[in-house]
Design a protein around this ligand. Structure first.
Ligand SMILES: C[S@@+](CC[C@H](N)C(=O)[O-])C[C@H]1O[C@@H](n2cnc3c(N)ncnc32)[C@H](O)[C@@H]1O
Length: 185
């Protein structure tokens, strides 16, 4: 299932304001994030969703932004600073086989993996790490592009999440994407 990692030039396109014409990050996340929450953005790239999440959590919340590529994280840091959101973001570079977030066990209210899972080599490991950091009742939103992910591959992603302990609670409608919201029981 794992594919090539998103190159930096695609990262710039994905962080472009033009993307908002197709995907409004505040609207997509607004049903899940409340002020004061701790949010985890897995494979955050340059922060298209992280910065929207940082606005939603407010000054008492925080968004942990994790990505494999240091260039993505450096760009996210600059964008957060320009938007006055640095204090609410916690940008981190991780390894290919681990998010390296064991310090967050049981602390996260909401996790997001948007267009990331198809790039990750160890999906069961990813699901286990995310499950561990969520609070009981915490929700996890996965979106994968239909063009990159077959039905079978997406079902394998859902199965890996369920094996880690998650329960499926919804499939938000996003054109072009396969989506699932999971909950930690
Ligand atoms: C297609 S981009 C999506 C970015 C962002 N979620 C968005 O929707 O704008 C995928 C990102 O996942 C990151 N990534 C790929 N494999 C990863 C891994 N094993 N752990 C963490 N991040 C990873 C890539 O570096 C890239 O920035």
């Amino acid at each position: 299932m794992a594919g090539r990692v998103c190159p930096m030039w695609v990262g710039y396109i994905m962080a472009s304001p033009l993307r908002r014409l197709l995907q409004n990050p505040g609207k997509i996340l607004g049903d899940y994030i409340e002020p004061g929450m701790t949010v985890l953005d897995v494979g955050c790239a340059m922060g298209f969703f992280s910065l929207a999440a940082a606005r939603l959590v407010g000054s008492n919340g925080r968004v942990v932004c994790v990505d494999l590529q240091s260039g993505m994280i450096e760009s996210l840091k600059r964008r957060a600073a320009r938007s006055g959101l640095s204090e609410r973001t916690d940008p981190r570079v991780c390894g290919e086989h681990s998010l390296e977030i064991s310090d967050l066990v049981g602390q996260v209210d909401f996790a997001l993996a948007f267009y990331v899972v198809h790039e990750v080599p160890n999906v069961p490991g990813l699901m286990t790490e995310i499950y561990a950091v969520l609070k009981p009742g915490g929700r996890f939103f996965v979106a994968e592009p239909r063009g990159h992910t077959s039905v079978d591959e997406y079902e394998a992603t859902e199965a890996a999440a369920q094996k880690a302990g998650f329960t499926i609670i919804g499939h938000p409608k996003l054109r072009r994407d396969r989506t699932t919201v999971f909950v930690k029981n």
